[in-house]
Design a protein. Structure first.
Length: 364
């Protein structure tokens, strides 16, 4: 048997799409046994009610690198299936149906699932992990896109906002520090640093309040929070000692603010007091960042994508999207080309072989 495969090739001057014919032969040995070569087959993603399940196999029209290219156009450059089809027809002179394009995008994500499982294991060994979440939509239903990011690893997950979803990212045995916002689902973690950027934004809004007293108190909280970050950023042996009077003033401001009638002032002051140990953890542990900016930046691309595409349509699509994001962002953190690695992963997945791990970070 044989079949044609469309594949993308890189050339010194750019890229091109070629068509290759793959032959599979049969041979007979001296004992009379006949051996037939067949296309490789790998993981099957089954969805209840679907007429034809997604199977990783070499017997397909689109090659691994072209499949990766389609996934990049969708996942990284936020193009719809229809626009990808138009782009291929106009610029590459290739006609692919929207169904074939959609299959390739999902196949790239499904092939990366075993890689993500290994990334979750690596995440448990990190000393500091940033956690954040943002609303996501799956066929119009509200879900949440979570991210857990360390220095060289990032893992995304789409699910509900229940704290049990954290187990897909951070296991119970995790002993490192978590950098989080004020979501109550994080509160049972003892080794945690509260993101001061969230509190500063609330204090900035409060400092512009119509109520004069609330505005002054908000400005007071804002000054003390910023002063803490400044003193710890300057470092030095006396940083902790210099922070002592600032901590005392901040706590006093919160105690006084917690007794005020202004609802937002009272809420912010009590929020800081109730989570005091997590708010000031970076003072006692100078290696901790005072903000969760890394996790927030890791979600920015997905937030833009959500506004354009309105999310995903199926659980399988959510799984594939999160897996692709995880591999692309992890490769970026480690200084490697994500698309060559994904193409290699698809090639192995279609043969039924386990993927290679993402290489460690390049030396600075």
């Amino acid at each position: 048997m044989g079949h044609h495969v469309l594949e993308l090739e890189r050339t010194p001057s750019g890229i091109r799409i070629c068509c290759a014919l793959h032959h599979y032969y049969a041979s007979t040995c001296a004992c009379g046994h006949e051996t037939k070569a067949r296309p490789g087959e790998g993981y099957i993603s089954s969805v209840e009610g679907r007429k034809k399940n997604l199977k990783l196999t070499e017997y397909v029209l689109v090659g691994p690198m072209l499949t990766t290219f389609l996934a990049a156009l969708s996942n990284r450059y936020r193009m719809s299936r229809v626009k990808i089809k138009e782009f291929l027809a106009f610029w590459m002179n290739i006609e692919l149906s929207t169904g074939t394009i959609d299959r390739c995008i999902r196949e790239a994500g499904i092939a990366c699932l075993p890689v993500v499982e290994e990334l979750v294991k690596e995440l448990q060994e990190a000393e500091i992990v940033g956690l954040d979440e943002t609303p996501w939509y799956e066929k119009g239903c509200l879900k949440w896109l979570w991210v857990a990011i360390s220095r060289f690893t990032a893992v995304y997950h789409i699910g509900t906002r229940k704290k049990e979803e954290l187990l897909h990212l951070i296991l119970e045995g995790f002993t490192g520090w978590l950098i989080t916002d004020g979501y109550i689902g994080y509160r049972d973690r003892e080794r945690r640093q509260r993101c001061l950027a969230h509190l500063i934004r609330k204090a900035v809004a409060l400092s512009g309040a119509v109520d004069e007293k609330a505005a002054k108190m908000g400005d007071w909280l804002l000054r003390e929070l910023r002063e803490l970050i400044k003193l710890m950023a300057e470092g030095g042996e006396g940083a902790k000692i210099k922070c002592c009077p600032v901590l005392a003033r901040l706590k006093r401001a919160c105690i006084l603010g917690g007794k005020e009638e202004h609802s937002k002032l009272r809420s912010l002051a009590r929020e800081i007091l109730n989570d005091w140990d997590a708010v000031v953890a970076f003072v006692k542990n100078p290696n901790l960042p005072p903000t969760n900016n890394d996790a927030e930046r890791a979600l920015r691309h997905a937030v833009i994508s959500r506004r354009i595409s309105l999310g995903t349509r199926t659980p399988e699509g959510s799984l594939a999207y999160a897996a692709l994001l995880s591999v692309v962002e992890t490769c970026r953190l480690r200084g490697h080309d994500p698309w060559s690695y994904i193409a290699q992963t698809i090639t192995l997945g279609r043969k039924g072989s386990a993927p290679l791990p993402i290489p460690p970070a390049l030396a600075a």
